[in-house]
Design a protein around this ligand. Sequence first.
Ligand code: IMP
Length: 198
Amino acid sequence: MDIVFATNNLHKLEEIGALLGEKFRLIGLKDLNIIEEIPEDHETLEENASQKAWYIYKRTGHDCFADDTGLEVDALKGAPGVYSARYSRIGHPTFPDMEPAEGNIKKLLIEMEGEKLRSARFRTVIALVLGGKEYQFEGVVDGWITESSSGAKGFGYDPVFRPDGYKITFAEMDLALKNQISHRAQAVEQLVQKLKGM
Ligand code: IMP
C-alpha cells in the first residue's frame, strides 16, 4: 500500500519507514516533487499536523499523514512545545550562525542553566487523512533535559534528552532502540494498527 508522509525530513522517513514494515511503501514529498514549504501556522501540535495532512491530501489526492512534534519542558511551562523547530529564532538570544538544531539546543541549555527541575516530554501527534476522513494519534515519551549535549546519533534535541529509565540520551542510542520507545514510534504504532485494519 502506498502512503504519503508529508515530510522532507529524511531522518523521519527512515525512522517511520522502518516502523511501517514492508506492507507499506512510504512516499516522501521529494518523491512527489513537492518542494514548497507546507503551511503549519497554528498554536497546537494537533492543528499543525492536521493542516499539513489536509494540504497534501488536497494537493495530491493521495492518502497521507503528517506529524508534528514538540519538546515540552516543565520548568519552561511547556516551551518550546509547538515552537520547538524555531525555538532559537524567536525572542532572544538567537544564534543565526548555527545550524537550527544546534542553536535550539544552545538556547535550551541556557534557559535551563541552574534549573533543578529538568523533566520534559516529547509529544508527537500524527494526523492521517484516509479516504477524505481524518484520524489522529498521539505518542509521548517522558524524560529529562541533560546539562550538556551527549551523543551524535538522531537529530534535533536528541543530544540533550534522556528518556526515563535510561542512562543515555536519544543521541547515544541506536536507532533501533529509539524506535522502540520514542514518542513518534508510539504514535506510528497506532497509525500502523489503523492502516493494517483497513
Ligand atoms: P517537527 O514537528 O517534527 O518538525 O519537530 C519539531 C522540532 O522538534 C524540531 O526542532 C525537531 O528537530 C524536534 N524533534 C522532533 N522529533 C524529534 C526527535 O525524535 N528527537 C529530537 N528532536 C526532535
